[in-house]
Design a protein around this ligand. Structure first.
Ligand code: CP
Length: 317
């Protein structure tokens, strides 16, 4: 959260522990009483240039529960992007309509950080290319805090297509704030470079059993075929072999999880490729927090929208 004239949340690199704890406390108040029509008459512009179910609908729900009107752009179809208008011009034009907050999901076509630095209204990153998905990391952490009270020293193993995961990046940033450890696990081609400064302190595992032995809980990631430059797996469903091989080596199942009693929870940010990164049986197993993550997403996003409307005191760096 950058301390500027207007609130923005683009990454979690500069957020403080107090800011996150304040946010979680506010989210808890919304969990107890979701309908708080505090911002009637204000408009939340939700610009989703990339596909989304959970993030878009939970921001929409959060806005409605706060009394805000959600104004939604979903995909490029029937917008002037189809006529060649740039992403930057699109967000600048929507900003000119003076919504009370801009929530944006985009690929790398938009430099969200650069835009936020010149924006005149609060900007919230709802998933930006492979750079980050801070609201997802925050709702995951809030889900874990509800379970463990404190995240300090919790070991979170993130399994799968880490190289293309904005969620994994945001967890590395948030882990440094909240004190939880992050490990990455996957086939070599799915892991980022170990020596990258971005991932200092992260444990790397190329063997799922070693990772499961190390962690307190595990988060599976979706294989993001659309972000692979050279697709090293055929699209799921057309290449049985690759999907089956991935599932055998890195897919989560109740059998694999139950072999390690230290693994206390299983998460997935969604959407799930069932039978690839997770078997049916583990998705709804008692250790699964997947639906709790989704539920928590609404309250954390209510807290963020609320924060964007200056509900919490501004903090100086
Ligand atoms: N976790 C997540 O971002 O899901 P959506 O793509 O459905 O929003």
């Amino acid at each position: 959260m950058q301390a500027r004239n207007v609130f923005s949340l683009i990454d979690l690199k500069t957020v403080s522990l107090t800011e996150v704890q304040d946010l979680f406390s506010l989210a808890e108040t919304f969990k107890k009483q979701p309908i708080q029509q505090k911002y009637q008459g204000r408009v939340a512009a939700l610009l989703f240039f990339e596909a989304s179910t959970r993030t878009r609908m939970s921001f929409e729900m959060a806005a409605v529960q706060l009394g805000m009107h959600p104004m939604i752009l979903s995909g490029s179809q029937a917008t002037s992007l189809e006529k060649g208008e740039s992403y930057l011009d699109t967000v600048l034009n929507v900003q000119a309509m003076r919504p009370s907050v801009l929530v944006i999901r985009s690929g790398s076509q938009l430099d969200m950080m650069e835009f936020a630095q010149m924006a005149r209204v609060p900007v919230i990153n709802a998933g930006w290319g492979v750079q980050g998905h801070p609201t997802q990391a925050l709702l995951d952490a809030a889900t874990l805090q509800a379970k463990f009270q404190s995240l300090r020293s919790i070991k979170l193993l993130i399994v799968g297509d880490v190289k293309h995961s904005r969620v994994a990046r945001s967890h590395v940033e948030l882990g440094r704030v909240l004190g939880y450890e992050v490990g990455f696990c996957g086939p070599e081609s799915f892991l980022p470079k170990k020596d990258s400064a971005d991932f200092a302190g992260v444990r790397f595992f190329d063997d799922l059993n070693a990772g499961l032995r190390w962690c307190d809980g595990v988060m599976a990631l979706r294989v993001q075929l659309e972000r692979h430059e050279k697709k090293n797996m055929e699209p799921i469903g057309t290449s049985e072999f690759s999907a089956i091989e991935y599932a055998q080596n890195f897919g989560l199942s109740s059998q694999k999880i139950d072999a390690y009693p230290n693994v206390q929870f299983v998460m997935h940010p969604g959407p799930i490729n069932r039978g690839v990164e997770m078997d049916e049986d583990i998705i709804s197993a008692p250790k699964s927090l997947i639906m709790e993550q989704v539920a928590q997403g609404v309250y954390v996003r209510q807290a963020l929208l609320s924060r964007s409307q200056n509900d919490l005191p501004k903090k100086e760096k």
